[in-house]
Each structure stands twice: as structure tokens, then as C-alpha cells.
Design a protein around this ligand. Sequence first.
Ligand SMILES: Cc1cc2nc3c(=O)[nH]c(=O)nc-3n(C[C@H](O)[C@H](O)[C@H](O)COP(=O)(O)OP(=O)(O)OC[C@H]3O[C@@H](n4cnc5c(N)ncnc54)[C@H](O)[C@@H]3O)c2cc1C
Length: 421
Amino acid sequence: MTKHDIVIIGAGPAGLAAAIAAYNAGVKDIVIIERDKEAGGILNQCIHNGFGLHRFGEELTGPEYAAKYIDMLNNTDIKLLLGTMVVSIDGKIVSMVSEADGFCQIEAKAIILAMGCRERNRGPIFVPGGRGRGVFTAGAAQRYLNINGYLVGKRVVILGSGDIGLIMARRMTLEGAKVLAVAEIMPFTNGLARNVAQCLEDYDIPLYLSHTVTNVIGKNRLEGIVISEVDENRKPIPGTEKRFECDTLLLSVGLVPENEITRSAGIEIDPRTNGAIVGEDMQTGESGIFACGNVLHVHDLVDYVSAESERAGINAAKYVLSGCVGSVGNATYIQNGTDVSYTVPQRIEIENIEKSVDIFFRVRRKIDSCRINVVSEGEVIASFKREFVAPGEMQKITLPRLLLDKALGDITVSVAEIAEE
Ligand SMILES: Cc1cc2nc3c(=O)[nH]c(=O)nc-3n(C[C@H](O)[C@H](O)[C@H](O)COP(=O)(O)OP(=O)(O)OC[C@H]3O[C@@H](n4cnc5c(N)ncnc54)[C@H](O)[C@@H]3O)c2cc1C
């Protein structure tokens, strides 16, 4: 067994940003473990632009964004173990396997979880009908197309209007496929508004809100898809069926943070995010184990992933250099109020916050004009106006320490619609 100061699991944008921040904060003995054969994570297959506007002030493609961090990494002594899969963590012992070295273990002083997430597939959402070839998750189709050079179909229906589905609707169209429809079970899209405009509206691809797939036709290869309108309980309404003759169904029906290792290490998971519960320092309930990026909660902007991961890296470095950060337990909890589905962090230690803390959250429904209120013991301690919020767009508020000092107990974040005059 070897020993290292910080072990980071995953070399996507989260792992890379965390590593560089920890290195710059003074810890030089860092190892990143990545199961893929190169660093960059999901960014490597996202060849569209739209990355890095906040971070670098320019619109980069996914690989360009990743390359900026890989270049920074190459100017450090951080070790990158590629083709190596972490199979478990037990306390601070990380167990992994690779073709080159077989089974190995590292004892770390601090660990950063940055394993990203995977796509939900057909099983959990009970897509009925035949099992013919031609049903793919949108991200798998993206990888086939952008990395391996295969177009997975010519006539396509997409289920789910998350960003990957929207981006693939445009990508398949640009490569010559006909995208017949995007069906979304909710009455609103789950992707960024800019992706709806640039990926569907610009290409006249119809979006069927409050619709789902009710039949998949075809024994060996998919031949058609039936979609139906759903009622307010998301149950298909008989008589509303529409049939599309197609050879491919792409599923963009959600992402699941990859937390099998986290769970089996006994780290407490928030059922709302499917990620670990963390404090403002990105530390999980286990002292010295930090989490960041999509493994913590699903992000739509990589810029936020990088900023969050830098916090994890800096705090992991502080932990290694000083033996602890925060106190894991003596905390103010952040509760979800009206129309808020989760917050990250879920707890904060106000004494540890120097100037301010960023709270990320998602709303439950689309609201045009509203206020985000932060309340403690019935008192509004902060309030932020928003012109528009939607579940597909992660929200961020920054709470200054000065206002947090007014909190008398736990705090609640909620959304209050501003009534039209
Ligand atoms: C299709 C798509 C389009 C997007 N478009 C945009 C956009 O236009 N603009 C934007 O700003 N953001 C976009 N995003 C969001 C952004 O790319 C992600 O939020 C970001 O990549 C998440 O980074 P991450 O490092 O947390 O996860 P990932 O990029 O998924 O990286 C996780 C890494 O961990 C590795 N790993 C996992 N488990 C293990 C293990 N056990 N052992 C070793 N390694 C492991 C994985 O192989 C992977 O490399 C998009 C995301 C997707 C999926």
C-alpha cells in the first residue's frame, strides 16, 4: 500500500479543478484516479460550444474547456493514474484495479469524490413495448457519434428534454438524421432555455410537453414509437396517441450521481440530490472526505462545477495541512421551503464563513417573477429578486456572513411568486 496526501477519484472537470486548487493551496502530494483512458470526463464528448462563459469569459467546446485544466495539471507534479477504477473506500484507504497494476491500495490523508454521474436508462422509467435495437441513452449516442464516429439512427424520437436530449436533437440533425419529435412528460422542459431555442426552435423540431412514450414498436430493430399526452398525474390519456415511424429512440431522462462507492463507505446521502450531504467546505459527513461536481448534485454549467470543486480542493488541502476543517456536526441546517427541491450545501458552519457562502438549489416549477427568501425563525434575513426560474436551471444565491449572523436557528430557502399587478 502506498501513501499520499490527497486522493481524488475522477478526472473530469470536478477532479481536475479540485486537484489544481489543492496543489495551489500548498499540498503537492496528490493523486487523481481515473477509470477512462484520458482525463476530461464527460467534456470529451461534448463538442458543442457553451462551456466556460463564466469561468474564462469565452465560449469553449467541452474538450477545449478540459484542455485548459489538463494544461494546468501538466504544470504540476500531480499524479494522474489513467485506466484505473476505484472499487471501494474504507476509511481513508482507497482500493482500485487497473489492467497494468491489478489490485492496489492507497492510504490517503484526505479524499475528494469527483465521480460524476451516469444516465438513467430504460428500466427505471418503465418504457413499455418491444425490445428491438435502436433504444439508446442520449449520452451514449453522443459518445458513439462524437468519439467513435457512428450515427446511431436516421429517424429519431427523443424522450426527455434535458440538456443532453436537446443537444443531441441538434447534433443528429446536423449529421443528416431527421428528428421527428422531442417528448417531455413534464409540462415544462428540463433543459436550459438557451438549448431549447438553439437546439429545437432553430431546427423546427417539435417539442411535445406533457407527453411520454407509450409503445415501442419493432422486434429486431425499432420501427416506430407511440407517444401519448399525460394528465396532471403523469398518466397517459387514452385517445391521444401519436405514432412516429422511426428507427431510433434516444432517452434523456435524468442523470444519477455515481455514489455506489460513497454509499458503501457509509457516507450519508441526501435522497433529494442522490449525492453526499456536505457543508460549506464541501466536506461530507466523514471527516476528511470531500465531494464536488456531478457526484454531489447534477450541474448544468461546468463553470459552477469548477468553482465548487476548487472549494473542495482548497478545504481538502487545509484539512491535510491542519488536521481538520469545520467540525462536522455543529451546524446550521438549510431547509427546503416552498418550491425549492434541494440545496447544496445542506448545512453550514457560520463561524467558518469568512465573507460569504454560495448556496446552489433547484426550484420545483417554472415561475416568471419571484423572490428567493432566506428565513430564520420567521425572520427574512435575505431576499433576492429573480425574473425567471425553472427546474432545468440551477440557481445560486450568495449569503454574506453579515446576514448569516442574524440567523437564530436553521434557515429555510423558499420561492415566493410576485403577484401580477
Ligand atoms: C451531454 C452534456 C452536455 C453538457 N453541456 C454543457 C454545456 O453546454 N455547458 C456547460 O457549462 N456544461 C454542460 N454540461 C455539464 C458539465 O459538462 C458537467 O456538469 C460536468 O462535466 C460534470 O463534471 P464532473 O467532473 O463532476 O463529472 P464527469 O465529467 O462525469 O467526470 C467524472 C469522472 O469520474 C470518473 N469516474 C467515475 N467513477 C470512477 C471510479 N470509480 N474510478 C475512477 N474514475 C471514476 C469518470 O470516468 C469521469 O471521467 C453538459 C453535460 C452533459 C452530460
